[in-house]
Design a protein around this ligand. Sequence first.
Ligand code: M3P
Ligand code: FE
Length: 309
Amino acid sequence: MAMTGVLRPGHAQVRVLNLEESVRFYRDVLGLVETGRDAQGRVYFKCWDERDHNSYIIREADSAGLDFFGFKVLDTATLDRLEADLRAYGLATTRIPAGDLLETGERVRFELPSGHLIELYAEKTAVGNGIDEVNPAPWSQQREHGIAPVRLDHALLYGPNVAEVQKIFVDVLGFYLVERVLTPDGEGNAAIWLSCSHKVHDIAFAEYPEKGKLHHCSFMMETWEQVLRAGDIMSMNKVAVDIGPTRHGVTRGCTIYAWDPSGNRFETFMGGYQPYPDYKPLTWTFDNFGQGLDYPQRKLHETFLTVVT
Ligand code: M3P
Ligand code: FE
């Protein structure tokens, strides 16, 4: 499809309890590439095959969780237009100056009715993926370190007012609904999966009473074998695994959910199908939520509903 408007998830800033322990985890176990540190003490990472300077930023704090989640948009004209559209819709926006995040341009930030801070930005320095731009090799040495996902793929966020959140993403930001799980009475959505691209989801939300919660940030692996290898590396490093390796019914993605040392859940993920914006959304009834989460086991794992940061 012609990609305009919002391009993709670009960055997540996550709070961790112990910075250096977390750096060792994200760099050496998950295998992200450390790309910088700033005056506030934040540590910046990217996945090996991402080309922009950073996609995952951690800062030390007293509680785990998500500070904000950012999407890259096509260009500054698109950023200005989307900011105007958000304001016309009735949302307050603030501009964060270029350079506040390393190698990142001006950001437009707004708060969703779910309590999450979402950002849009047009510029982040392209540092490349360590592979030549002329006659490129298929991968670089950076893929040989830890789990080594190729990119930050999506996030699942928990909070109230998911119906309003859906309207903002669909009516203002140009996303489309790919799948949903109905509430027990069938009247509303308990969870929604939204795409701004050809991916099966770029962001997802589940209805939850507390505002601004993180369920997981997801990192894309290239193959199912790489997901299994991620599970091996998790066990070798005594990482706390939540669910999997298994396959989600929703999205058909193959997955492991696990926790970082601070209790932030992350996912190593591959697959799913490739939807288009004209596809009719797929619907799961609440009694089939278990298959949606874990298709082989048909199990609605308790932690999926209750453990968030
Ligand atoms: C995902 C994901 C359900 C969970 C689905 C999860 C239906 O698709 O990417 O994490 O419970
Ligand atoms: Fe996921």
